[in-house]
Design a protein. Structure first.
Length: 344
């Protein structure tokens, strides 16, 4: 038994160390970016937070609820028999697990919830993978929308061409999914070649296991792909739009006027920084600092303190509130017969 559990414990420790290192790198990057922007006047930040009225958090909560529902739409569209309510509950539970435990704890919880609802584990796992891939496509496509806003506003595109790499990653994800879903033969080829490439960096990877995973993935997703993919993209881009709307409102609520930072300025800052949400805790610190730096560049140093205040509010609602909602989602699931069985 000890021989079997030791590798598992080693992997868990490695995941925790990887998570801590990634978080440390994110915090160092955020510190360096803040030093470039300048010293923050924290008294001014507190003053900006004082602009908030009692009703404004209620507006943000309503938008956040819609955001989380849209964020769960890929699960609903890719997993036959999963309602949008249960998809949202599952997504919130996974958000909570991502915050308190290293991967793949969130994946295991998702699958446990699916099976308790009568959805086969393989079907739920395949839908979860497509949910992740859809989000990656949207995440890495965000700079493409940033280019569109820059073009409409007549902004400078010359120093933004490196962001095309992110768009290329999005195209690569879509191309890879299309190849896997085209036929079993291509699924085997993609799995074998992908496994061999990854094995160069991790010797424990078995290319044949990748082949089986790709073939199984195709078997469970192919019949839902045409129906679900474009709807899922639309829902996830809708989530992105609501996330941006919440940010715009946070800035307006703390006193950043349209003359200081237009919607176009905010959208450009947000969309070009968004791919870095792949960092731990959705890139907290790094993404925020890049947005503040871009807003200071367009609106001047007077925007800095209220922008920091707005980003603090934005993070509380977009990171903190979903975690609390995830706690409620897990508690509710545990009280159902299926959840009690899974717990046992």
């Amino acid at each position: 038994m000890a021989l079997q559990t030791e590798p598992t414990r080693t992997r868990r420790r490695r995941r925790w160390w990887t998570r801590l290192i990634q978080l440390a790198v994110a915090l160092v990057c955020a510190f360096l970016i803040i030093r470039v922007v300048g010293r923050i006047d924290w008294d001014a930040v507190r003053g900006a937070l004082g602009h908030l009225s009692w009703w404004q958090p209620l507006v943000l909560l309503a938008l956040l609820a819609a955001r989380q529902i849209l964020n769960a739409t890929p699960l609903h569209f890719f997993i036959d028999g999963l309602s949008i309510a249960r998809a949202t509950q599952n997504d919130l539970a996974a958000i909570l697990m991502q915050m308190i435990a290293p991967s793949p704890a969130d994946f295991a919880l998702r699958v446990a919830m699916f099976t308790s609802w009568g959805i086969p584990a393989a079907r739920g796992a395949a839908g979860t993978v497509m949910n992740t891939l859809t989000f990656w496509v949207v995440r890495f496509s965000a700079p493409m929308l940033g280019f569109a806003f820059l073009a409409l506003a007549g902004g400078d595109l010359t120093y933004r061409w490196a962001d095309l790499l992110s768009v290329a990653l999005a195209v690569g994800v879509v191309a890879g999914v299309m190849l896997v879903l085209h036929s079993d033969a291509l699924a085997r080829t993609v799995g074998l070649k992908g496994g061999k490439v990854v094995r160069r960096f991790r010797r424990t990877v078995d290319p044949e296991a990748w082949v089986r995973s790709c073939v199984d993935f195709r078997a469970h997703i192919a019949f839902r792909f045409r129906y679900g993919f474009w709807r899922s993209l639309a829902g996830t881009f809708g989530m992105l739009a609501l996330d941006l709307t919440i940010l715009v409102l946070c800035l307006r609520f703390v006193g950043v006027a349209a003359s200081d930072a237009s919607v176009s300025d905010i959208a450009v800052a947000y969309l070009f920084a968004y791919p870095l949400t792949l960092l731990p805790l959705a890139g907290i610190g790094v993404v925020d600092s890049l947005i503040v730096a871009a807003l200071v560049e367009s609106g001047g140093t007077a925007v800095e303190a209220p922008a920091v205040a707005a980003l603090m509010v934005w993070r509380v609602f977009t990171l903190g509130v979903p975690v609390l909602a995830g706690l409620g989602a897990v508690t509710l699931w545990r009280r159902t017969p299926g959840g009690q069985t899974a717990k046992a």
